[in-house]
Design a protein around this ligand. Structure first.
Ligand SMILES: [Ca+2]
Ligand SMILES: [Ca+2]
Ligand SMILES: [Ca+2]
Length: 175
């Protein structure tokens, strides 16, 4: 199982990066080592996540950004947590987090999602601006089907609605 542990603050000039955190890394690694040849190969969940963002400026024009990130979520038997982020204007960062699991009938369930916005001295700031959970009830994606979800988050905590992100997440269950 391929894992990446890249933190937002360590990405250099890369505007986004995926962090894949299997819920049971050790168990999954053991299972792969002993049953890889007989286990059916699971097609990854693919799609994309688009961040359309704005960074409010007190002087001059607000900065606008668009990041279109491919999504490849490799999912084994254990649920997997995934997240993506986009940065804008040197001060704003938006994140989307979610968990996927695979049912016996081949469908995928998405749950425990959250979108967040941060605004501060740099786009790596942990100064919160806003956010909310989604998919409190599981969202089911049957085999071969695609779901698109849209979210808007802005800087409500500092009453600055021009610090904002529209996030569109599209996932296809390829199995
Ligand atoms: Ca700003
Ligand atoms: Ca700026
Ligand atoms: Ca702030």
């Amino acid at each position: 199982m391929k894992t990446e542990t890249i933190r937002p603050g360590l990405c250099g000039s890369t505007p986004w990066r995926a962090l894949v955190v299997p819920a049971a890394t050790v168990i999954a690694a053991t299972a792969l080592g002993t049953t890889a040849q007989s286990a059916p190969r699971q097609a990854p969940v693919t799609g994309n996540v688009v961040f359309q963002m704005m960074d409010h400026e007190d002087f001059g024009k607000n900065e606008r950004c668009r990041h279109d990130n491919p999504v490849v979520n490799n999912l084994g038997r254990a649920p997997g947590r995934f997240w993506y982020f986009g940065k804008c204007g040197g001060e704003v960062r938006a994140e989307i987090h979610y968990q996927l699991s695979r049912n016996n009938d081949g469908s995928i369930e998405l749950r425990d999602g959250e979108v967040k916005l941060f605004e501060g001295d740099s786009a790596d700031t942990n100064d919160p601006g806003g956010g909310f959970p989604f998919a409190l009830s599981p969202i089911k994606i049957p085999q071969g089907q695609t779901r698109t979800m849209q979210f808007h988050v802005d800087n409500v905590l500092e009453d600055e609605p021009d610090d904002k992100a529209d996030i569109t997440l599209t996932l296809t269950n390829n199995r």
